[in-house]
Design a protein around this ligand. Sequence first.
Ligand SMILES: Cc1ncc(COP(=O)(O)O)c(C=O)c1O
Length: 375
Amino acid sequence: MTDVATDRINLSAPWIDERDEELVLEVLRSGWLSLGPTGPRFEALLADAVGAPYAAAVSSGTAGLHLCMRLANVGPGDEVITSPYSFVASANCAIYEGATPVFADIDPRTFNLDLAAVEAAITPRTKALVTVDIFGYPAEYDELSALCDRHGIALVEDSCEALGAEYKGRRLGAHGHPAVWAFYPNKQMTTGEGGAVTVHDEEAHALLVSLRNQGRLETSSWLQHGRLGFNYRLDDISAALGIGQLERLERILEARREVAARYAELLAGVDVEPPLPDDEDHVRSWFVYVVKLPSGVDRDAVMARMSERGIATAPYVPSIHLQSYMRERYGFSEGMFPVSEDCSARTMALPFHARLERGDQERVVDTLRSVLQSF
Ligand SMILES: Cc1ncc(COP(=O)(O)O)c(C=O)c1O
């Protein structure tokens, strides 16, 4: 959306309509703001949207990933493999439980985990694999899942960026593993803050419901706690917004797909690598629109010049192992995951959301073209 006051084109914008407002108002007026009937309604819609039998709403995607570490019994001394080319939460969830994050490099084509690199990272201590569907593009689930089965490793899908994506004809979330979703306002759909875990097993669902609610058991009264838990509940106001968003999820996904298709058309002839197109086995859900700049071009300078001309961009995404706390704690350094590092240095997100208008996209692309020509 163009910011009228400054004429800036922002990176993202949620799509909130009157139905969302009505649903939120209804909850506010009901006085039942948490642990009411709205949460389960939201969960049922979400489970249906991704093709999983159970959904547990939580307070964020990060909380969902953390709970999945509990589902997988991850603890001190264990190792959890994930992608360095992701948001920090994909790795932090292991650290929360005293385990060690282990990175495997990515495939330069998909930006998702490279199968051979994952296999090489497995040790007798590996307890779980957190796959990431980066920028909404599905990871190689058949191969990764077979690998995990062979080694007795739990697989957790960090699908926080990929609601609505499809792998081999079925939505992510429908493939049998716990899958984690996130609903921050830049995501395909939003609940403000919020997230969810979808699972295929009743017991896992019951455990999630207990863990997110301070370890209360189904039979517990309010001040009885059967296990160590967390307050990772999603309130009913947020869930109401989520219902409104899920009711028109297919329209939102389609609108984002159209915006992406327009970028692909406008970017023809501009010296950047566009996002990988879909194929028979992989249908992306459009979270962000990330282009890769030619090597040797100073990406940060490009971003600065775009910003001077009123266009927001973001360096999606820095490699997790090179974040300062990761270097200090685990001794990670440059050169350890070269594909991820090269992508992190060259990739850039353009303004992207469901209602981005053609005129704004033309301005983004014209600006990018002229900025690149100025180097
Ligand atoms: C890949 C990935 N994992 C996890 C998260 C965490 O989600 P949240 O911000 O809701 O905690 C995000 C959110 O940006 C993400 O992109």
